[in-house]
Design a protein around this ligand. Structure first.
Ligand code: IVH
Length: 706
């Protein structure tokens, strides 16, 4: 991880683009785990570090900001479990400050923006940042109408029935509330209640919640509201959404108004005029952290005047008028009993420290991440060592270093395995990569589910009715007529089922119609585009774009396979590899790294075997060589933006690529043409600033119809 990450200042444009792509993907995955599954796998600090890096790269390369950039998104997509609620005012997130200097800068930034003299006092509130989940409550004429989670910031989940079971949330407001009032705040679970819930779960043999935040989220997002009602959730009100008439002119006044309407508000909220006082209050809140009885992970500062808040407005996902000052991680030291190697779904070998149990910030820690091979080597971490660990807010603590004075005499350097502990395939490290990966690919059980998911995903085989849930079901099925362990198994399902007494249609979640549809959808893919087939194989570095490049060049899958099997990369200086290698490298856009990944994939016996099984069921179609010489957009770089009405994004992209154009996600000097639909925003603006031709969807069809 951190060992080989290049500083943002030294990234070139291509590297930056690649990094932004990786960060967008990783952050989206973590968001999904955090917000939708309530099961995060990295610490808040690591997550924040990913976001910070993304932000820094975007600041250096503003033209590379992606459509799906994490800075443009809050939270995650909304689950389909609940009805959707579109927030009248988006629910935003907060920027983070990690040091006193960051807070100082925040105050200065605000003053600069408002053209306030630096020494003029500015009232700012400080209050605990509650570690729960945010909720927006809409009241009309004093009655609770809807309660919605944040969701993606624009659309949340309707959890009204659940919210009504929470004692801190009034159904009818007291006092004199405005006609329309959206109160926002945090749902959380107190420590004592959390311990109680986990005790009950343990007694009932149910899984335990990792922390109070997950317990609160898991309890609120229940379809069965009696479960929510049985969990002791609490609520603090701290902000507002849509309001017909503001009940106050300041943040502090607004929060007091909330209290007068019957809400609980945090007793530690104060207002100050000086940065030193904000920081002193931060220290005070931190000192009380362990005895508050609920989790907080920092202090939130907000400009007190609502009028100034209005002037300050927002930058992408967070308000300019507020910031969250995070608490530093909590530390301890303990004995490293052993190092386990976990194999991730992408084949990454991740070392995990098994620790003698130790309490860090009120939580018993027994495992910690060791990141990767170099991390262990650089810090010379040995089994038997006493190690320093840190827990930053939640889930996975990390090992920070070793207490050499306490090293036992017999401790030896840790030999990092070069074989996958699950499938015994070679585990290799590519040049410049921090991670060692299992090459078992399709046969490694640890990777199989993820690979199958990828195989059926929209950009690959795109099999309708075969989503993540179904893949997991088939993967874990015991009955031989249902088991799917490799891609070929998907295509033998129908036949195996027809000969079996265990019928899928009798299993919960599947009915006769959905089973028939599923089997038809599978059969529909027995002939498939070459590039989709290739993409589905999940070869490292061979995503959609490279699959298309390779397909366009090789035309026929067998030709690519032969090149991949026969290619010999350069064996030293001056060597340029054999002809097959050179052919692979000659494909436009394919460099050494991708070519090596292709060679490695086709070089593994087990991959070849799985491939042969798949080819017995599925035929990749030869690529149709298109004559793009008469295409008006051949060789052009095109950006589609805004809403498209006559075609989907995927369709537009496929169409342009077929005509020999390159489709890009962001506008830059290299863009030749922008096709803009209704609602196009920053890209359209940038295009006109750069003098790039912009047309609408109808004009696009007009242009390419010939
Ligand atoms: S104010 C426009 N105040 O932190 C911003 N947020 O990281 C409104 N949070 O989504 C948020 N305690 O879920 C605010 N005292 C507090 C908070 C708080 C916790 C959460 C909230 C927000 C997240 C941002």
């Amino acid at each position: 991880m951190s060992g080989t990450i290049k500083p943002v200042e030294s990234l070139d444009e291509a590297e930056a683009r690649q990094e932004l792509e990786r960060l967008a993907r990783e952050i989206a995955e973590h968001d999904q785990r955090y917000y939708s599954e309530d099961a995060p796998t990295i610490s808040d600090a690591d997550y924040d570090a990913l976001r910070q890096r993304n932000l820094a790269i975007e600041a250096r390369f503003p033209t590379l900001v992606r459509e799906d950039s994490p800075t443009r998104r809050i939270g995650t997509t909304v689950s389909t479990k609940f009805a959707k609620v579109v927030h009248a005012v988006p629910m935003l997130s907060l920027d983070n400050a990690f040091s006193d200097e960051d807070v100082q800068e925040f105050v200065e930034r605000v003053k600069r923006f408002l053209r306030f003299p630096a020494d003029k006092p500015l009232a700012i509130t400080a209050e605990p940042k509650i570690d729960g989940l945010s909720l927006s409550l809409r009241y009309e004429k004093g009655r609770l109408l809807t309660a919605a989670t944040r969701g993606d910031g624009t659309t949340g989940e309707n959890v009204t029935a659940n919210a009504r079971t929470i004692a801190d949330i009034p159904n009818v407001l007291s006092g004199n509330p405005p006609d329309v009032l959206e109160v926002r705040g945090e749902v959380y679970m107190a420590h004592a209640d959390f311990a109680e819930v986990n005790k009950r779960n343990e007694a009932a043999g149910k899984p335990l919640f990792a922390n109070p935040r997950n317990a609160a989220a898991g309890s609120l997002r229940q379809l069965d509201t009696s479960i929510t009602a049985s969990r002791p959730l609490k609520f603090f009100a701290y902000a507002c959404g849509e309001v017909s008439e503001m009940p106050a002119t300041t943040q502090m006044g607004m929060v007091s108004a909330f209290a007068s309407f019957g809400f609980k508000t945090n007793p530690l909220m104060r207002v100050f005029n000086k940065t030193e006082d904000l920081l002193a209050h931060y220290m005070e809140i931190e000192a009380q952290r362990a005895t508050l009885g609920y989790d907080i992970d920092g202090v939130v500062y907000k400009v007190d005047s609502l009028e100034l808040q209005g002037r300050l407005g927002f930058v992408s996902r967070s308000p300019r008028w507020a910031i969250a000052h995070k608490f530093p991680a909590e530390k301890a030291s303990t004995l490293l009993i052993d190092i386990d190697i976990q194999v991730g779904r992408t084949g990454a070998l991740t070392p995990v420290a098994r620790l003698e149990p130790v309490t860090v910030g009120g939580v018993v820690v027994t495992n910690a991440t060791l990141h990767n091979e170099d991390y262990i080597k650089n810090l010379d971490i040995r089994i038997g060592d006493t190690v320093h660990i840190q827990r930053a807010g939640d889930v996975i603590p990390q090992v920070l270093g070793v207490d050499l004075d306490k090293r036992p005499s017999g401790a030896v350097e840790y030999p990092f395995p070069t074989e996958c502990p699950i499938c015994l395939s070679h585990a290799v490290r590519e040049d410049g990569e921090a991670v060692r990966r299992c090459t078992g690919g399709l046969i490694c059980a640890a990777q199989a589910v993820e690979r199958l998911r990828h195989f059926v995903s929209r950009g690959a085989f795109d099999i309708e009715g075969l989503g993540e849930k179904q893949i997991e079901f088939f993967f874990n099925a015991d009955d031989p007529s249902l088991k799917v362990r490799s891609p070929a198994d998907i295509f033998t399902l129908r036949k195996r089922q027809s000969q079996s007494l265990v019928k899928l249609e009798n299993i919960e979640g599947f009915g006769p119609t959905s089973v028939r549809k599923l089997f038809d959808a599978i059969d529909d893919r027995r002939e498939i585009d070459f590039w989709r087939f290739l993409h589905g194989l999940g070869i490292r570095h061979v995503g959609e774009t490279n699959s298309k490049r390779l397909a366009r060049h090789f035309i026929n899958f067998q030709a690519l396979r032969e090149a991949g099997e026969q290619a010999v990369p350069p064996q030293g200086k001056g060597d340029t590899g054999n002809p097959s290698w050179q052919e692979l490298r000659s494909v436009s856009g394919i460099g050494d790294v991708v070519a090596e990944a292709v060679v490695e994939f086709f070089g593994e016996d087990h991959n070849r075997q799985v491939l042969d099984e798949l080819l017995a069921e599925v035929t990749p179609r030869d690529e149709v060589r298109v004559d793009t010489s008469s295409s008006p957009v051949a060789g052009k770089t095109i950006v589609f933006t805004g809403g498209l009405e006559r075609m989907s994004r995927d369709e537009a992209k496929a169409m342009a690529e077929k005509l020999g154009a390159k489709v890009s996600g962001s506008v830059s000097k290299k863009t030749d043409l922008v096709v803009a639909g209704p609602g196009a925003g920053s890209k359209l603006k940038l295009a006109s600033e750069l003098g790039i031709e912009v047309i609408n969807e109808d004009q696009w069809f007009e242009r390419v119809k010939g």
